[in-house]
Design a protein around this ligand. Structure first.
Ligand code: FMN
Length: 136
């Protein structure tokens, strides 16, 4: 099992209704590829975790990276894991963050937005954040 977490910046071509088509494609393709994950939408960014077989995760990440609705993708974590941690969703979506969740998310992002390389600590803190945002 392999996990990848990235953060990206929305582009000016992104419009709010795009989320529906993103989730539609994601759920269709991810089911086919055995990928699960969570997409978090922030006012200016996306954070996404995808997990599955390494080759499949890398393939889907290539598709996602070409998408013009976002840019400047930064991988925060890419590692083998023992088991699925987002097993319930072909692609879960966290849309309504509370004010404090949004503050936490932005705080973590701002703390590494200027860095080119991310340490384990960054990856792990963003993963904890994603787990806390999971729409269970
Ligand atoms: C923030 C973001 C997250 C996305 N996540 C996924 C995903 O998890 N899986 C996926 O197949 N496509 C995802 N997409 C959509 C892909 O970029 C692409 O549009 C899609 O794979 C095209 O598939 P289709 O032509 O079969 O609909 C995402 C796009 C964006 C902007």
């Amino acid at each position: 099992m392999y996990q990848l977490i990235y953060v990206s910046d929305k582009t000016h071509t992104f419009v709010p209704s795009d989320v529906d088509s993103i989730l539609f494609s994601a759920r269709k393709n991810n089911e086919k590829f055995g990928i699960t994950g969570l997409l978090v939408e922030l006012p200016e960014h996306f954070i996404q975790i995808i997990e599955g077989e390494k080759e499949k995760v890398e393939h889907v990440f290539q598709l996602i990276a070409k998408d013009e609705r976002h840019e400047n993708l930064r991988v925060l974590l890419a590692m083998k894991t023992l088991s699925r941690e987002m097993a319930a969703w072909a692609m879960g979506f966290s849309e309504k963050l509370s004010e404090s969740q949004l503050r936490d998310a932005l705080h973590i992002l701002n703390s590494f937005s200027k860095k080119q390389n991310f340490s384990d600590i960054h990856g792990k803190s963003i993963k904890l954040l994603l787990k806390s945002l999971s729409p269970e």
